[in-house]
Design a protein around this ligand. Structure first.
Ligand SMILES: CC(=O)SCCNC(=O)CCNC(=O)[C@H](O)C(C)(C)COP(=O)(O)OP(=O)(O)OC[C@H]1O[C@@H](n2cnc3c(N)ncnc32)[C@H](O)[C@@H]1OP(=O)(O)O
Length: 119
C-alpha cells in the first residue's frame, strides 16, 4: 500500500525540520491501515517497530511517500517493511529517507493475542 503526506509547519521540531515522532506516528498509521485492509475482520495492535535511525532531515513542504510491504506472517503477528521516500517536485526524483520494520499482533475484543484468520 502506498500513501503520501505533506510536511506542514505544525509537523516541525524547534530546528525547523520534521519532528521524528510525527514520522513514526505516520508510519504506525499507514501500516495499521495496510494490515487492517489486508485482513478484514481482524483487529490489530502494534507490538514493535525496529531499526529507528533518523539519517536524513526533512524540510517543510516536502512530499513524503510511505510504502508498506508485507514481509512476514506468523501465528498471531504480521510484519511490514515501510519505506519512506522524499519526492522532489521539480524533477520527480525520489530519495529513500527512512525505512523500518513494524509488527502488528491480531487481538480479540479483550486485547488478547489471537491467531490470524484469513477469510
Ligand atoms: C495501532 C496502534 O498503535 S496500537 C497501540 C499500541 N499497541 C498496544 O497497545 C499493544 C500493547 N501490547 C499488547 O497488548 C501485547 O503485547 C500483545 C497482545 C500485542 C502481544 O501479547 P504478548 O504476550 O506480548 O505477545 P508474544 O510475546 O507472545 O508475541 C506475540 C507475537 O508478536 C511477536 N512479537 C512480540 N514482540 C515483538 C517485537 N518486539 N517485534 C516483533 N514481533 C514481536 C511474537 O513473535 C509473536 O508472533 P507470532 O505469534 O506470529 O509467532
Amino acid at each position: 500500500m502506498e500513501t503520501h503526506k505533506l510536511v506542514m509547519p505544525e509537523h516541525l521540531n524547534h530546528f525547523g525540520f520534521l519532528f521524528g515522532g510525527n514520522l513514526l506516528k505516520w508510519i504506525d498509521e499507514v501500516s495499521y491501515i495496510a494490515v487492517t485492509l489486508d485482513y478484514p475482520g481482524c483487529n490489530f495492535v502494534t507490538v514493535g517497530m525496529d531499526n529507528i535511525k533518523f539519517k536524513k532531515s526533512i524540510r517543510q513542504g516536502t512530499i513524503l511517500c510511505f510504502e508498506s510491504k508485507k514481509n512476514r506472517i506468523g501465528t498471531t503477528s504480521v510484519e511490514y517493511i515501510v519505506d519512506v521516500t522524499r519526492e522532489e517536485i521539480t524533477t520527480g526524483s525520489k530519495e529513500l529517507v527512512f525505512t523500518t520494520r513494524i509488527t502488528f499482533v491480531s487481538v480479540d475484543e479483550n486485547g488478547r493475542k489471537k491467531a490470524i484468520s484469513t477469510r
